[in-house]
Structure formats: structure tokens, C-alpha cells
Design a protein around this ligand. Structure first.
Ligand code: ZN
Length: 510
């Protein structure tokens, strides 16, 4: 007979408590998926109410005084730092702190202000008139600063906000890593524009049957390892991936009749997100360990499949003949080289979500730098459009003709999501760090990809990233998988090597 110690009893009680929270969260996720796919528009108000109620119940569990009692006793029990239990305590502590540091009336107020800001943003964007959104943006900045104060920070309020999306990531590090990436990218874009050979993207701008587009994309993501037994693909205006649990991770896509790229690369991107969540360990389900650890790590997985594989020459050596077979009328006469150039054409543009692989991060740099200035008070909200346009001139050499294609294009700030944007670039940077490490460990990966085989890469990602869920903090996970800290160098080298070759430019000096 075994007698349970108080540590075992507390641990069991905490785990059961967490299972309830996870079940509620999964129900919210499913309601959210339905809201964004098949829910009839008339159900919007009722759905908002259902989700608010579940969130409130979940918050009650997160901030329950019992959680603090369990944490205090278990943290003193000296569990091995490497154990799953220690990670569980760390994640539970973080959720408890977040749930209790923000006063209830502040949270309710912020939620209401966000809903108003979103309405103002929609109207302002429609009229391309920033003045209509400015007061709401000021409110979002003010509330974000208050939120940062409640949450606490050492160096910069941005750290407190950014931590909600990327645990442990700090402004000082972002500045140090982003600075060289920004300079190298600005330089590369300038050279491509001034001295690069002319590339045509006409091959991907033809009429492509939507059913066939879907057929091809589904074949590819099945080859990648997306499991349709535990997932599904639907159509939406704004594509997304939504995990319910690791046994149910759904993706959506939007099709353009006359442009191949959005649905194709969008599907590979969302499948990359979904493959990550499908791969989290079964043992971590119904626990905070069963969640993805951060948005940056998440994005590293989507970008890896979308760009490092999906836009690589090797991948298309195998996949292009099949695409030509499906779209023979459009592509039979287009060579692999011309197709590869078409899907990789670089062109400074105004809209972030339509940007190519090279210019994309400059859109993020601009937002990151402006967010910092807004929070620090060195930029007044009313001066945002001017500052925005100035940075687009400086980094990309182009100027928005109005605010809709300028500082009003993204929804994030109207949702109060300040300090979110850097996670996209973190994902790009880490995607190359992970991919390089995988190829170091398994040198056949590159050859495999050119033969349409992905099992070694998939297995490496599973073992080093996916399976761990939230056990390791992002920086720790990166270090364990790659042996390195966050480092933009491999990503800068990747961009230069790929795009200098493509554009017939000499190798980068120094
Ligand atoms: Zn993504």
C-alpha cells in the first residue's frame, strides 16, 4: 500500500484543476473556429455572450485562491527543474499572476474599449481617414501602458506586453537582433531593385480553377505530414489555423481565381502551424503544457514549411511536374526556372500581408519601431501617418497614397495587440535556425526534399520542437534544438544567398 504525500495530493489536485481550464479553453477555441467559418451572421451577439461566459469561468479557475496555495506548497517541494511537473508549476504560476494582477474592472473596461476601437478602425479604414481612428488608438496606447504597469516590467513597458505573446523576449534583444537584419534587408532590396535582373510573375497570374488549386495544396500538405484524421481544411476570408486539441487542428484557406500564390502558400503556411500543434505530446493534453509555447515558435513552423520548403528550388524539382500536370493549360510551357522566379519575385509594396519573403520583415520593423515610439511618448498618435509614410520611404522606397494602404491596414492595434508584430519576424529568424540545425543533424534532408520526401525533416521537428508543447521557454527550446541563441545571421545569409542568386547579383561582401 502506498500512502500519498501531500506533494502528490496537491499535484494531483492542481492537474485536475488544469484539466477543467483546458477543457473550457478548447470549447472556446471550437466556438471561435465556428464563428470564423460556418456560424450564421445572426448568431454573432449570442456567440459573443457564450464565449464571454466561458472566458469568465476560465478566469475564475485561473485566479482561484486554491491555485496559489498549491503553487506555494509545490514550489517549495523542490521538484527537479527538468521535470514536466516543474514546467507545469512555472506555467501555472505565470497564468495565475496574469489572471490576478489585472483588476477585474480594468479588464472589462479594456475589453469594451477594444470593441469600440475595432469599430472605429473599420470605419476609418473604409474612409482611409486616420483621424477617425486616432482617439481610439490613443486609448489603446493608454490602456496598454496601464496594462504593462499592472503586469510589471524591469526595463520597458513593451517587455510586459510582448511577453504575453513571446514569453521571455525583451526589447533590448529585439533591437540588437532586428537592427542588423533591417540594415541587411534594406541593402538587399535596394540592390535587387537597382541591379537585379527582371523577373516576371506572369506565370502565377493566370486563371486557376479553385477545386484544382485545393487538390494540389492538399496533396502537398499530406506529403508534409498534416494529418487529416485530426484536422480539416475549410474556406474563409481570413485564413487561419485553429487548434482545439492535438487531435483536432483545423486550417482554412482563401482562393483567388487569377493568382496562384495566396491559396497555395497560405495553405502551406497554415498547415505548418497545424503540424506543430498536432505534434504536441499526448501526455501534455488537458494541461498548460499542451499549448504551443509562443507565437514566434508557432510562426517559425509555418514559415519553415511555407518558405524554406514551399518556395525552395529543391521542393519544386519534385512538385512542379505534378503542378504542371494539374494546370497543363497554364504551366505546360513555363519552365521550372521561370516558375521558381515567379513565386519568388521581390517587389517593395505597401501591404504587409501581400509582401514577399525579402521585404516582409521591413513591414514588421516599421511597426515595431513605431510601437516603441508610441509607448515611449516620443511619437504622438496624431503624427503616426506621417511617421509611418516616412519609414516606408526610407526602408522600402515607396509611399502610401492614403492611410488605408498605410497605417490603417492592420487590425492588430485596434485589438489592443501592441507588441505582437515582432513575433512574425522572430518566426522567420528562428525558422532558418531550426532548418539549419535539422540539416546539420540529418544531412539527407535537402536531397529528400527534392524527391518529395519529408519524413526526416518532419521527424526532426517533432522530436526537437513540436512534442515539447510548452515545456521549454522559447529561448530554451531554440537553444536545445539548435545549440544557439536567437541569431539573425543565418537568416540574413539565407536571404542573401537565395535572392542574390535568383537576381543575378554578386555575393554579399563581408
Ligand atoms: Zn502564421
Amino acid at each position: 500500500m502506498t500512502v500519498k504525500t501531500s506533494v502528490q495530493r496537491d499535484l494531483e489536485a492542481l492537474k485536475q484543476h488544469q484539466q477543467v481550464i483546458a477543457d473550457i479553453q478548447q470549447a472556446i477555441n471550437l466556438l471561435s473556429w465556428d464563428q470564423n467559418t460556418y456560424m450564421p451572421p445572426g448568431a454573432a451577439a449570442a456567440r459573443a455572450q457564450q464565449m464571454a461566459t466561458l472566458s469568465k469561468i476560465s478566469h475564475g479557475y485561473q485566479s482561484d485562491a486554491k491555485v496559489k496555495t498549491w503553487l506555494d506548497s509545490l514550489e517549495a517541494a523542490g521538484l527537479s527543474a527538468e521535470s514536466d511537473e516543474a514546467a507545469l508549476l512555472r506555467l501555472t504560476r505565470r497564468a495565475y499572476e496574469r489572471a490576478t494582477k489585472l483588476p477585474g474592472d480594468f479588464v472589462e473596461d479594456f475589453t469594451r474599449q477594444r470593441a469600440l476601437a475595432q469599430q472605429a478602425w473599420i470605419a476609418a479604414r473604409q474612409d482611409a481617414d486616420f483621424a477617425k481612428f486616432a482617439p481610439s488608438l490613443q486609448t489603446m496606447v493608454d490602456y496598454s501602458l496601464r496594462q504593462a504597469d499592472y503586469l510589471g516590467y524591469e526595463d520597458h513597458p513593451y517587455d510586459a506586453l510582448h511577453d504575453l505573446f513571446e514569453p521571455g523576449s525583451k526589447v533590448a534583444k529585439l533591437r540588437a537582433v532586428f537592427g542588423p537584419l533591417r540594415d541587411a534587408t534594406v541593402e538587399l532590396v535596394r540592390e535587387i531593385v537597382q541591379n537585379g535582373r527582371d523577373l516576371s510573375d506572369a506565370p502565377v497570374h493566370q486563371v486557376f480553377d479553385e477545386t484544382k488549386q485545393e487538390q494540389f495544396a492538399v496533396e502537398v500538405i499530406k506529403d508534409f505530414g498534416y494529418d487529416f484524421e485530426r484536422g480539416r481544411l475549410d474556406r474563409t476570408v481570413h485564413p487561419f489555423a485553429q487548434g482545439i486539441s492535438n487531435s483536432d487542428v483545423r486550417i482554412t484557406t482563401r482562393y483567388s481565381q487569377d493568382f496562384l500564390n495566396p491559396a497555395l502558400f497560405g495553405t502551406l503556411h497554415e498547415a505548418g502551424h497545424a503540424i506543430y500543434e498536432q505534434g504536441i505530446a499526448d501526455a501534455y493534453q488537458r494541461s498548460p503544457l499542451g499549448n504551443a509555447i509562443s507565437l514566434g515558435i508557432h510562426e517559425s513552423q509555418s514559415r519553415l514549411w511555407e518558405n524554406l520548403i514551399g518556395r525552395s528550388y529543391g521542393f519544386w524539382q519534385h512538385a512542379y511536374p505534378r503542378l504542371q500536370e494539374i494546370f497543363s493549360a497554364q504551366l505546360a510551357q513555363v519552365s521550372l526556372d521561370d516558375y521558381y522566379a515567379a513565386i519568388n519575385k521581390v517587389e517593395p509594396s505597401l501591404i504587409r500581408v501581400e509582401a514577399d519573403e525579402v521585404t516582409y520583415n521591413l513591414h514588421i520593423m516599421i511597426r515595431f519601431e513605431l510601437e516603441l515610439s508610441l509607448l515611449e511618448g516620443s511619437l504622438a498618435v496624431t503624427d503616426l501617418p506621417e511617421a509611418w509614410n516616412e519609414k516606408y520611404r526610407e526602408y522600402l522606397g515607396i509611399t502610401p497614397s492614403n492611410d488605408a494602404e498605410g497605417c490603417l491596414q492592420d487590425i492588430h492595434w485596434s485589438l489592443g495587440a501592441i507588441a505582437y508584430f515582432p513575433t512574425y519576424t522572430l518566426g522567420n529568424i528562428m525558422s532558418v535556425q531550426f532548418f539549419e540545425a535539422a540539416k546539420r543533424d540529418q544531412p539527407e534532408i535537402e536531397k529528400d526534399i527534392a524527391q518529395g520526401k519529408f519524413d526526416k525533416l518532419f521527424g526532426w521537428l517533432r522530436e526537437h520542437i513540436h512534442i515539447h508543447g510548452s515545456k521549454y521557454e522559447p529561448e530554451d527550446l531554440l537553444k536545445r534544438a539548435t545549440g544557439s541563441e536567437l541569431d539573425a545571421r543565418p537568416y540574413i545569409d539565407y536571404l542573401n544567398s537565395k535572392f542574390r542568386t535568383l537576381y543575378g547579383l554578386p555575393p554579399r561582401q563581408g
